[in-house]
Each structure stands twice: as structure tokens, then as C-alpha cells.
Design a protein around this ligand. Sequence first.
Ligand code: S3P
Length: 165
Amino acid sequence: MIVLIGFMGSGKTVVGQALARRMNVPFADLDEAIARRAGRSITEIFDEEGEGAFRDLEKTMLEEALGGPSGVVSAGGGVVDEAANRIRLGREIVVFLDVSLEDALARIGDRTIRPMLRRVDPAALLARRRPRYESVADVTIDTDGRTIEEIVDEIAVRVGPGGSP
Ligand code: S3P
């Protein structure tokens, strides 16, 4: 499985969709799977049950997605905050889409649909998470100022046709 990780606004979902299309393999978005399973939006889960409940669901859905048909999975930005998830990701091909805070916030636009951005300082959050993304990544791709097409091209080259970096 190729798993895309990175901060909110790094482009994991759009890049994951485009990469899966290019490779002709299934695509799964973890946040979408979580919302579908919970029967409500990510924001509602955070507001009604708290971050802990969301993280538990995220762990379960990560396990399920990684057990599904081989393809591309886009994870949420906080997936690396759980040690169990970092260990689990060690068995997959992990691509870290790196982004500066400036580009991330510009791409996010409306921050209200990202509950974490209402809770913590985004600069501090990115600084805390970047080493965690790096620690589980097989490949790191700089996405600043680049198009989806350029990013997909680089992933395809660096991961290789057989899916091994
Ligand atoms: C989160 C990122 C979100 C989503 C949730 C929590 C985070 O996913 O999982 O709001 O903790 O960074 P994206 O990275 O796809 O926005």
C-alpha cells in the first residue's frame, strides 16, 4: 500500500486521487472513511465526542484501509501522533508530502472545517509533527509551489513501478 501523509493542506487527498488514477489502483481517503463510518462530519465528531474519540476511530479505520485492496491511501494530518499508527505505517510505503506553513494555510483557506486549527497553534503543530512524518516516511516530496501533476510525477518516479521506493 502507498500511504500519503503530511500536514493539513499538503494535498494528500487530491494527490492521492491523481496518483491512484495514474497507477490504475484503488484509492481510499481515511477522513472520508471515518466520516462515513461515524455517520457525521469530522468536525461533528470532534465537537460532540472530542479528539480522543476521533483518534480511536482513525486508528481503527487506518487498520481497515491498510487491510483493503492494495492501492493508495490518504491519511489525515494527525495520523502520526499515535505511536501505534507510526509502527503500523512501518509496514507500508509511506510518502510524506511536505509543505510550508504558508502554503498549507493558503491551500486550506476556510479553517473552520479543520477542527485542529481551532484548537492549537498551526505553527507549533507543524513543528511538532514534521519529525514524526519524517520518521515514518520512505520518500519525502516537497510540494511548495508545485502542481498536483508535478507532485504525482515525482512520486511515480521515486516509488517506482513495482511500488518500492
Ligand atoms: C487532522 C487533519 C484532518 C482530519 C482531522 C484532524 C489533524 O485531515 O483528519 O481534522 O489532526 O491534522 P487532513 O490532513 O486531510 O486535513
